[in-house]
Write a new protein. Structure first.
Length: 388
């Protein structure tokens, strides 16, 4: 299973041109291969740049509001939302151009059905980078209270719920194209960062460690007249400059080491978060669900440990009971031997001895009853001597 990727970026008037220059390769793109630029495909808006197409659509909105006699769009309005659609790198291994083209058409169909062909003004398939991906531009046109066209990115992307639903719907749409395509992990902390953003973070971290070179100054030579004095002055000045250069070199090396350490920490943090996100995705659980599962698992483990201890105690009691039973069986065996010897000495069978034993027991009980009656009679005579 491979996660689909859908990223959005809001573009205001001043940002559209730069984004368009990247898509059309007007500016240099470090991670793009110039030898493959000709492979890029304009899916919508062929022959015109995204900047031109966005401005044309926004111009229609401005003109419509002007004709309706209502206030124009805000100066800080979002003119377009740029989409980047792709799949994780491992998905593209061995995929044919026909499969990539089908994927692009299916992805583009999602945007067209959701936002309308009129407002998806531009779409380009890039094949000159590591992974095929689509750049598409949506001009967020809605109707205001006067039923006049206006721009409102908030209406489409104004909450976390709307953005999450967008991810859900896109994943569901693409799973119909290829069942191995699934939604990315919900509420993942992993975020896409461009190379320049990492450089900005690194610059911010080492800003406090800015290299401060000491001023290198060659002193004015004194008015020397002898060759020996000039030589002595030159040696002292050279020693001073060399010492200052050594201090500068040490500071440069220390700053470089710190910058490298910070870069490695960011790299480690990224790899850790990527592995955690990938593990969540393979497990098929959101972080909160996995946490609940771990808590439940811990409780079950605790209960299992208690049952194991109880089982050990029960096993010990069972062994002790078996030992007592064995001792009782041995004692019964000894009494049985003794009983047989007694019967042999008396010359009677076991059944006869049992019968005699019953008679003896009855006689003993009768004797005890007679003794108890005699004792009661004696007590009565002692208490009432005049009745005797």
């Amino acid at each position: 299973m491979t996660a689909v990727i859908l990223r959005t970026k809001k573009l205001k008037k001043t940002n559209v041109a730069l984004s368009s220059a990247h898509v059309t390769r007007v500016i240099e793109t470090p991670n793009a291969d110039p030898r493959k630029t000709h492979l890029n495909v304009a899916l919508i808006g062929e022959g015109r740049s995204p900047d031109e197409l966005v401005k044309s659509r926004v111009g229609e909105v401005i003109e419509a509001r002007k004709n309706a006699g209502v206030k124009s769009i805000r100066k800080d309005a979002v003119w377009a939302v740029e989409f980047v659609l792709t799949v994780r790198d491992e998905y593209w291994a061995g995929k044919s151009p026909a499969h990539i083209n089908s994927w692009a058409q299916h992805s583009l169909g999602f945007l067209l059905s959701r936002y309308g062909a009129e407002d998806i003004v531009s779409a380009t398939l890039h094949l000159d980078e590591t992974s095929p991906h689509i750049h598409a531009y949506h001009v967020p046109v809605v109707r205001d209270a006067h039923s006049t066209a206006t721009l409102s990115a908030k209406a489409f992307y104004g909450s976390a719920q709307k953005l999450s639903l967008l991810q859900d719907d896109y994943a569901a749409h693409m799973s119909c194209f290829d069942e191995v395509l699934i939604r990315g992990l919900k509420k993942s902390r992993a975020r896409h960062k461009k190379v320049r953003e990492w450089y900005s973070l690194l610059e911010g971290e080492v800003k406090r460690e800015t290299i401060k070179l000491p001023p290198l100054r060659v002193n004015q030579p004194p008015f020397l007249f002898t060759v020996g004095d000039r030589k002595e002055w030159a040696e002292a000045e050279s020693k001073r400059i060399r010492s200052e250069l050594e201090v500068s070199a040490r500071r440069i090396m220390e700053a470089r080491a710190k910058a490298l350490y910070v870069a490695r920490q960011y790299q480690l943090k990224y790899k850790t978060e990527y592995c955690r996100t990938d593990a969540y995705r393979h497990i098929g659980m959101a972080p909160e669900e996995l946490l609940d599962w771990v808590k439940s698992y811990s409780q079950h483990r605790s209960q299992l440990s208690q049952l194991s201890r109880d089982s050990s105690n029960f096993e010990q009691l069972y062994l002790e009971a078996l030992a007592e039973l064995s001792a009782a069986e041995e004692l019964i065996g000894n009494y049985s031997v003794l009983f047989n010897e007694l019967c042999g000495g008396l010359g009677v069978s076991v059944s006869e001895l049992a019968s005699h034993a019953s008679e003896i027991c009855a006689a003993v009980k009768a004797k005890r009853a007679w003794i108890e009656l005699s004792d009661d009679l004696s007590e009565h005579q002692a208490a009432y001597p005049e009745n005797v």
